[in-house]
Design a binder for this molecule. Structure first.
Ligand SMILES: [Zn+2]
Length: 109
């Protein structure tokens, strides 16, 4: 199969998409890697009785956002980012339990 010469040679100036249309997606900061991402790419965490849990209902109140990635979870735990994010040094982050919640997508309910 040969390439014929009927390539569309119109315009030529438009590469990529129009950048003028900016979507208003609220960006959140991952407390693990510090990167910013849309809410849909992050998992919301909150504290219930001193324990960090995944807030699936997005129930409001103070929350923290984290990539559903083990790497970010570990970084957050090492940096004690949970205590900082929740303004409470007494916050307990069960890294193992959270990892299951984040990466295992536990469908127990
Ligand atoms: Zn991250």
């Amino acid at each position: 199969m040969e390439l014929s010469a009927d390539r569309v040679a119109g315009g030529g100036a438009s590469c990529g998409g129009p950048a003028s249309h900016v979507q208003k997606v609220p960006l959140r900061t991952c407390i693990g890697c510090g990167g910013k991402a849309a809410q849909g790419e992050l998992v919301r965490l909150r504290v219930v009785e001193g324990q960090v849990v995944v807030d699936r209902e997005r129930s409001g109140g103070r929350g923290a956002w984290l990539h559903a990635a083990e790497r970010c979870l570990e970084r957050a735990a090492k940096r004690r980012a949970f205590g900082r994010a929740f303004r409470s040094s007494g916050v307990q982050a069960d890294a193992r339990g959270l990892r299951d919640l984040l990466t295992g997508s536990a469908r127990k309910d």
